[in-house]
Design a protein around this ligand. Structure first.
Ligand SMILES: Cc1cc2nc3c(=O)[nH]c(=O)nc-3n(C[C@H](O)[C@H](O)[C@H](O)COP(=O)(O)OP(=O)(O)OC[C@H]3O[C@@H](n4cnc5c(N)ncnc54)[C@H](O)[C@@H]3O)c2cc1C
Ligand SMILES: NC(=O)c1ccc[n+]([C@@H]2O[C@H](COP(=O)([O-])OP(=O)(O)OC[C@H]3O[C@@H](n4cnc5c(N)ncnc54)[C@H](OP(=O)(O)O)[C@@H]3O)[C@@H](O)[C@H]2O)c1
Ligand SMILES: Cc1cc2nc3c(=O)[nH]c(=O)nc-3n(C[C@H](O)[C@H](O)[C@H](O)COP(=O)(O)O)c2cc1C
Length: 691
């Protein structure tokens, strides 16, 4: 084991810490930094705990607390990197090391320069946007990029991270142009700032098999970590195993009703700011089904209008709305049955981290009821990954049952046949292969990740609606057959939105709210109204363009009503390329486009119906047909916007522009690619795409 480092802190540090502790306490009291601050009152025990913590944001203090050997900083938007960070911490525990996973937003990133040379900082970072950091890693990204600019050419002795030892695993998707940009940049910057990387930089590809990429990287880096710490992995694992199973959480059933019980609420109207860590409960004011006719198989696309009154949230067309879904009652009932909790669903319990240094004391708001945890907090409707089943094995007493589960963890084909192909959930698995005596509940709860928000491209303009508090989204309901064709699987959030729509159809006066947050994006109309725009959005990809076109209609209306002596600059042309399967079934907002054309917000709508003729017609075919016009607008400085499917459509459209630059612009392939790349760099070719 490494020797633990240096005196805890010197006097000036302690003074600063005192001030920071107060600041940190006040900051946390506002409810940021811990997800339990979601009811109207601050949990007094939580406040007391934070007050006792030397400095809730100090990286160094966290390292020194309990003699941590490793910190894992995760940049995560939808939870995968956070989950991986947790798994690295578990690896560390297995090898007798002390480790802690941290959200970089919860710490002072400048303290990376103060991390002692005996410790290891592991970055587990997803890439978002177009090669950008996740929201929670923005400050980390900014800090390291600034340091890089300032110190990249400094003498080795002056490099600020010369003591830092780090490792890095990136989560990305090769579908995106800037694959794993975040991990690659952080690695480059850390090295240039004098830090030493331990092990290779890992890169996971969500388009292939991220789980396997992560598994391979762990197998490679752990021996290197062992060398760094001077430990023998096998010996440490044997020691830790002999010392007994370590648990990440303690579960306590509350016999008496605590003063605060979380029942799934994620928004709190007594707080004045709302964001992804503190969503706002927005009332759904209207919904409608956008698909029509009898398409087989049945598909749904729900238009949802929400009210942000009281949230102080503002948005512009091009931004995203995050929505937190909840589980289906059927899945809650099934899990309760599998865990023999049906009669205790409304009992109150708390799940608390066994690590006192953890910033997230509870994995979800606690105390809470089992019903609330299963409905609102835990992602219970997804199949358990093999490492989850692996973690169950030591808790399965019966050898025959243990053999069944061991096979699922060790045999890929068995796992696929039993779990993946049938989309088997934890509840279904436990009902099929009961574990007697049952697994400890804290172990079961660790099997689930927290329900993550889903993002939707906002499909309205507040100016056009004349109401800054109204926001619209357009959600296609995800539904597919399991590989074994025995189960129809629904997307969690879109199924929930469909249910809410149906509920409102039955009872239009029903008061229904969902937790939401706004994510500001760089997908925006040009600053100059005169700049032409070319919008390409098949399917749900048309969502942000409804917002763009509405916004332009509002600009036209304002210009018409203006009494100013100076006439406003004319609006540039706006072409919209929209594609769907059938004109009669999924032509989104078909009745609205003529109005926008008449109002002058849209110059031309060009449609591609892919399944109405023998030959597929896609938006890129229409781009080709209108190539002269499109290219003319590009030459005049048009901004190109692409939204929707990242995997195929966005790539094909990108290539259409490269080819146009060759055939119409007379450029070589290399120069044409550079031309489109330049458009991207200059913010003239923007994508809002998802895989
Ligand atoms: C920036 C951004 C903007 C977006 N804008 C919109 C929008 O405007 N409208 C819209 O409808 N959606 C939009 N999405 C997608 C949206 O966020 C959700 O991903 C989508 O609604 C599905 O969520 P869900 O909860 O219903 O499905 P989930 O429960 O999250 O299920 C999705 C998962 O199901 C799995 N899956 C999907 N299809 C299959 C299949 N055929 N076989 C096996 N597994 C499969 C995949 O693992 C996938 O990750 C956007 C996404 C992003 C990132
Ligand atoms: N992450 C998620 O879970 C999630 C959720 C929602 C949507 N999506 C993705 O987002 C995309 C849009 O979804 P949607 O349901 O709104 O769209 P959709 O209805 O499936 O497709 C819209 C239109 O795009 C066409 N198309 C297919 N491949 C294309 C290509 N390479 N280039 C241009 N057009 C192409 C389709 O034609 P054909 O179908 O006739 O070939 C259809 O006419 C889908 O690709 C879907 O995979 C992902
Ligand atoms: C809107 C969006 C943009 C993305 N942009 C990139 C990108 O530019 N480069 C990349 O390698 N991966 C990109 N990805 C893939 C994510 O990094 C990947 O899915 C990752 O597993 C997400 O991790 P998380 O769940 O921790 O947020 C993007 C994903 C989405 C949904």
């Amino acid at each position: 084991m490494p020797s633990h480092y240096s005196p805890f802190m010197d006097a000036p540090d302690l003074l600063i810490l005192g001030a920071l502790a107060l600041g940190g306490f006040l900051w946390l009291s506002r409810g940021r930094g811990d997800d339990s601050g979601q009811t109207s009152a601050v949990d007094p025990r939580e406040a007391a705990r934070v007050a006792k913590t030397p400095n809730a944001r100090s990286l160094v203090a966290k390292l020194e607390q309990d003699g941590k050997d490793m910190l894992v900083l995760y940049g995560s938007q939808t939870g995968t990197a956070e989950d991986y960070a947790g798994r690295l911490v578990k690896d560390a525990v297995k090898y007798g090391l002390h480790a802690l996973a941290l959200d970089p937003e919860d710490i002072d990133v400048e303290e990376l320069a103060k991390v002692p040379a005996t410790k290891l900082v592991v970055f587990v970072l997803a890439t978002y946007g177009e090669g950008e950091p996740t929201d929670n890693a923005v400050a980390l990204n900014e800090y390291l990029s600034q340091q890089y600019e300032e110190f990249r050419n400094a003498d080795p002795d002056d490099k600020p991270l010369r003591n830092l030892h780090y490792a890095v695993f990136g989560l990305g998707n090769k579908t995106y142009e800037l694959f794993n940009a975040m991990a690659r940049n952080i690695d480059k910057w850390c090295t240039a700032l004098g830090a030493t990387r331990i092990g290779p930089c890992g890169e996971g590809d969500d388009d292939a098999n991220m789980e396997e990429d992560f598994g391979r990287w762990r197998e490679t880096v752990w021996p290197e970590f062992a060398q760094f710490y001077g430990i023998n992995l096998a010996a440490e694992a044997a020691k830790a195993a002999a010392a007994g199973l370590s648990r990440s959480f303690t579960l306590v059933d509350h016999e008496e009703m605590p003063s605060i019980v979380y029942r799934g609420e994620l928004g709190d109207r007594s707080h004045t700011t709302y964001d992804a860590k503190k969503p706002f409960m927005a009332r759904i004011v209207a919904t409608r089904e956008l698909f029509s006719g009898k398409e087989v198989p049945v598909r749904n696309c729900v238009h949802v209008e929400l009210d942000l009154t009281g949230s102080k949230l503002i948005y512009q067309p091009g931004d995203h709305l995050a929505i937190w879904p909840q589980n289906q009652q059927h899945d809650v009932d099934m899990l309760s049955l599998a865990l023999e909790l049906t009669h205790r669903l409304d009992n109150v319990f708390s799940l608390t981290s066994t690590d006192p240094a953890a910033t997230k004391r509870h994995p979800f708001p606690c105390p809470t009821t089992y019903r609330a945890a299963f409905t609102h907090y835990l992602d219970i409707a997804v199949p358990p990954k093999p490492h989850i089943l692996q973690a169950w094995l030591p808790h399965i007493a019966d050898p025959a049952t243990r053999a069944i589960y061991a096979r699922l963890t060790g045999d890929k084909a068995a796992y696929a046949a039993e779990i993946t192909d049938h989309h088997t959930t934890v509840a279904e698995l436990l009902l099929k292969h009961p574990i007697v005596p049952p697994l400890p509940l804290d172990v079961v709860f660790e099997s689930f990740t927290r329900i993550q928000p889903r993002y939707y491209s906002i499909s309205s303009s507040p100016r056009y609606l004349g109401n800054p508090n109204r926001v619209h989204i357009t959600a296609t309901v995800l539904r597919y057959e399991s590989t074994a064709k025995n189960k129809s699987v629904h997307g969690l959030c879109t199924r929930h939105l469909l249910d809410l729509h149906e509920q409102l159809q039955r009872d239009p006066a029903a008061a229904i709210s969902v937790p939401v947050a706004i994510r500001h994006a760089s997908f925006k109309l040009p600053r100059q109204n005169a700049t032409p725009v070319i919008m390409i959005g098949p399917g749900t990809g048309v969502a942000p363009f409804r917002g763009f076109v509405q916004e332009r209609c509002a600009i036209v209306a304002k210009a018409k009503s203006s009494t100013s002596a100076i006439p406003p600059a004319p609006l540039g042309d706006a072409l919209l390329f929209f594609g769907c399967r059938h004109e009669q079934h999924d032509f989104l907002y078909a009745s609205e486009w003529p109005e926008y054309l008449a109002q002058g917000g849209l110059t031309e709508l060009i449609t591609a119906f892919s399944r109405d003729t023998d030959k597929k017609v896609y938006v890129q075919h229409r781009l080709a047909e209108h190539g002269d016009r499109v290219w003319d607008l590009v030459r005049k400085g048009a901004h190109v916007y692409v939204c929707g499917d990242a995997r195929n459509m966005a790539r094909d459209v990108h290539w259409w522009f490269v080819e146009a630059a060759m055939t119409r612009g007379g450029l070589s392939e290399e120069k044409a690619e550079r031309f489109v790349k330049d458009m991207r760099t200059k913010g003239r070719y923007l994508e809002d795409v998802w895989a």
